[in-house]
Design a protein around this ligand. Structure first.
Ligand SMILES: Cc1cc2nc3c(=O)[nH]c(=O)nc-3n(C[C@H](O)[C@H](O)[C@H](O)COP(=O)(O)O)c2cc1C
Length: 287
């Protein structure tokens, strides 16, 4: 990187601060970046990310918070957050943190004049990227860097999950784009009700509540604890949809009603979802 790049980041920061910005977010994660050979996105490279953040922090007004916007499109978030933390720890009096994610780089097609449709890089956002953001946050949430949670939150419960995993606040982009700003009232009342239901006194108390061990290890997941069952014979129309069970645990009896082999049932609940008359349910195994 050149001296000119450094000057650009620093002078733009100063301009925004002088103009009265209350906070500045720096996108290091535009998905429409390079040619893919070295990674398309600045925030995929821990060294580059740290370098740019350091340039900004050197001249940052301590009272104007800075957020550095990362990407979920990395194999591991640890090295990126570690590199960021190393820089931010050098400026303890200056307010700064990271924004967890940006849109996810993906390829779409649109019709063109060539032999085949034209491939274009599009940024995927909304519910499709939510589980990726959750996992990144589960890993990064306890690392001691302020995180503004984002990437896929579409309702108050998603936002609550972000906060529980350690985000200090939550950003929404696709949600208000799709439904308008009126949705913010729904988010606030939904979160209030959720906190009341879970007997959590404040948003502050919710932040990081799932840490330090937000993920149950794969080998600790109970093998199976529930199986499907015919809840209401009157609702069953003998369609046989449920016999599409991938574990071959369901067969129809002579009258066309499902019989469930509890030994074979893995508790996946696919049959309950396939049953369009709601005749099946999941029940806890009797130990
Ligand atoms: C139409 C659109 C334009 C966006 N433009 C930018 C941008 O200029 N810079 C940026 O850092 N992120 C941009 N984003 C990413 C969003 O700020 C946000 O990080 C992303 O959409 C993930 O959050 P969401 O799932 O809540 O939408 C854009 C997103 C959308 C949908």
């Amino acid at each position: 990187m050149m001296e000119a790049d450094k000057q650009g980041w620093q002078s733009n920061t100063k301009k925004l601060e002088a103009a009265g910005a209350m906070g500045i977010e720096y996108s290091l994660s535009c998905p429409q970046g390079g040619d893919g050979t070295h990674g398309d996105i600045v925030a995929q490279d821990a060294r580059l990310t740290a370098k740019i953040i350091d340039w900004v922090m050197q001249i940052s007004d301590p009272e104007i918070p800075k957020l550095f916007k990362l990407t979920g499109a990395v194999t591991a978030i640890y090295p990126i957050i570690s590199a960021v933390k190393e820089v931010l720890d050098r400026y303890p009096g200056k307010k700064a943190g990271v924004t967890l994610a940006n849109t996810f780089p993906t390829l779409g097609f649109r019709s063109g004049n060539g032999k085949w449709d034209e491939g274009i890089i599009v940024g995927m956002s909304g519910e499709g990227v939510l589980p990726i953001s959750y996992l990144s946050l589960a890993r990064a949430g306890g690392m001691g860097v302020f995180i503004s949670g984002n990437g896929g939150a579409m309702n108050h419960h998603d936002a609550a999950n972000f906060l529980a995993l350690g985000a200090g606040n939550v950003q929404f982009c696709t949600l208000p784009e799709r439904y308008g700003y009126g949705i913010i009232d729904d988010l606030m009342s939904g979160l209030s009700h959720l906190l009341e239901e879970r007997k959590i006194g404040s948003v502050q108390e919710l932040i990081g509540i799932a840490q330090p061990k937000p993920v149950t290890d794969f080998m600790d997941i109970p093998f199976k604890h529930r199986h499907s069952s015919l809840k209401d014979k009157d609702l069953c129309v003998n369609c046989g949809n449920c016999t599409r069970c991938p574990y071959l645990a369901i067969a129809l009896d002579a009258d066309g009603f499902p019989t469930i082999d509890e030994e074979k049932c893995m508790g996946c609940s696919l049959c309950v979802q396939l049953c369009w008359t709601n005749a099946l349910e999941m029940v806890e195994n009797q130990e």
